[in-house]
Design a protein around this ligand. Structure first.
Ligand code: LLP
Length: 433
């Protein structure tokens, strides 16, 4: 599989247009936009995350344009990649933000995304986070439980500011994705059961400091078909009709995020098809559609660059030991997720089946298993593709490994947008007792 195919969330089944992201081989060398990846590695060291600004822009535009026929707001899901430079880039293109914590609110505001374009999701909002969000004038809170609704009402009352809310409704739809990233089924902790939502909305409209403005759902992540989205919207529309019949206003209809990307051989719908499915299910009405995409915007706009340390022959397997580990990119370990790994400079060598593993003291510390790769000599670089979403934000310092830098490229220019942490950073705030 070529790199363009591997890296393209928008690869058309009709194959009309191939160049969907800006990572490609020119000759033997992997480029990010107009810069050889190897050149950046020489300057910043390894491992590091590398993002293509033009790819992020392109993905955002393709996604947003898919909904051009309806009044909509794309609230980028900050958790997917929360670097300030990424948020600023998207904010300047008109994106809002979907946040799930005070920290994400802080980041979104710092990056210049105004409160009125921010939706606050998440099952466990603390009072201080709620009041910060009220002070910022967020567009709405996506409320996940009755107790949370009452806490928001009370906090809003103390501040003398009404809180705009939607209920996050759990529509009980199977998104047919990995169980760890399914969120809209009865057994999940998320949302309010659809059967109870109307009753809670009736209570909500009676609360003095609550203003009901919408409905919300989010059924899961990395979905590769449109049907579950359409099914969720259809179920929520049943609720919306009941609400409107009772005079409960629904200005915003938030369908969450979840559109999948190509990591390997998935065939997720194109944004245009995804949009069509949602818009059809919504039907007529002048509600404003809110989308919360994360992965589809940034996933294939980033790679993790790592260096070969050693080769090792095990009794039954061969390993390439690299300088990035599960603390830098946890998706393979946590979800058994597939991430494509390719040499940064193509090798004319025989391919063998190997596990690409990190230096961490855990058997789950792998980036790829049973992967076909050419022999790699110590010092040679590998790129882990599709690492722009849920890569750096899920990184930790486990094994006392400083977190790696993030670099952004635009055309022939690059910038370190987060510095490599130092050993001093590792112990910052610690004290002897
Ligand atoms: N909105 C809400 C309320 C969410 O919980 C999420 C993701 C999104 C939007 C964005 O979903 P996306 O468009 O990125 O699928 N760490 C996992 C993914 C966890 C997703 C959590 N929620 C992974 O690496 O696959």
């Amino acid at each position: 599989m070529g790199i363009l195919e591997a890296g393209s969330p928008y690869q058309s089944p009709l194959k009309e247009k191939r160049i969907m992201n800006f990572f490609e081989y020119r000759g033997q060398e992997l480029y990010c936009e107009d810069i050889p990846v190897q050149k950046i590695a020489e300057k910043v060291g390894t491992p590091f995350y590398l993002y293509s600004a033009s790819t992020i822009e392109r993905h955002f535009n393709v996604f947003s344009e898919a909904f051009a026929q309806v009044h909509h707001l794309v609230c980028y899901s900050v958790k997917a990649n929360s670097n300030l430079a990424v948020l600023k880039l998207l904010g300047e293109m008109g994106a809002g933000a979907d946040i799930v914590s005070g920290g994400e609110l802080f980041r979104a505001l710092r990056a210049g995304i105004p409160g009125e374009r921010i939706v606050f999701s998440g099952v466990g909002k603390r009072v201080d986070e709620i009041s910060d969000a009220l002070a910022a004038g967020v567009l709405m809170f996506n409320v996940e439980s009755r107790e949370e609704l009452f806490t928001i009402n009370e906090t809003a009352g103390q501040m003398g500011r009404r809180a705009p809310i939607a209920l996050r409704v759990n529509p009980d739809v199977d998104p047919k994705t990995h169980p760890y990233i399914s969120t809209g089924m009865k057994k999940n902790k998320f949302g309010i059961p659809i059967s109870e939502a109307l009753l809670l909305y009736r209570e909500a409209v009676e609360l003095e400091w609550i203003e009901v403005v919408g409905v919300d759902c989010h059924i899961g992540s990395q979905l590769t078909t449109s049907e579950p989205f359409a099914e969720a919207v259809t179920r929520l529309m049943g609720l919306v009709r009941e609400m409107e019949a009772e005079g409960i206003p629904v200005r915003y209809f938030d369908v969450g995020g979840g559109l999948g990307i190509v990591y390997n051989e998935e065939e997720p719908p194109l944004p245009a098809n995804y949009a069509e499915a949602i818009i059809d299910a919504l039907g007529a009405g002048d509600r404003i559609l809110i989308l919360e995409p994360g992965r589809v915007i940034v996933g294939n706009a980033g790679i993790l660059v790592t260096r070969t340390l050693y080769n090792k022959r095990g009794a039954t397997k061969n390993f390439i030991i690299v300088d990035a580990g599960m603390n830098d990119l946890i998706r393979p370990s946590l979800y058994d997720a597939y991430q494509e790994v390719v040499p940064v400079v193509k090798k004319d060598r025989e391919q063998t089946v190997v596990d690409v593993v990190g230096p961490i003291c855990e058997s789950t510390d792998f980036l790829a298993r049973d992967h076909k790769l050419p022999a790699m000599a110590p010092g040679e670089l590998l790129a882990v593709l599709s690492a722009g979403a849920y890569g750096f934000p899920m990184a930790s310092q486990y094994n006392s490994r400083p977190r790696v830098p993030e670099v952004m490229v635009k055309g022939d220019r690059y910038e370190v947008i987060r510095e490599r942490e130092s050993y001093e950073d590792l112990v910052r705030g610690e004290k002897f007792f």
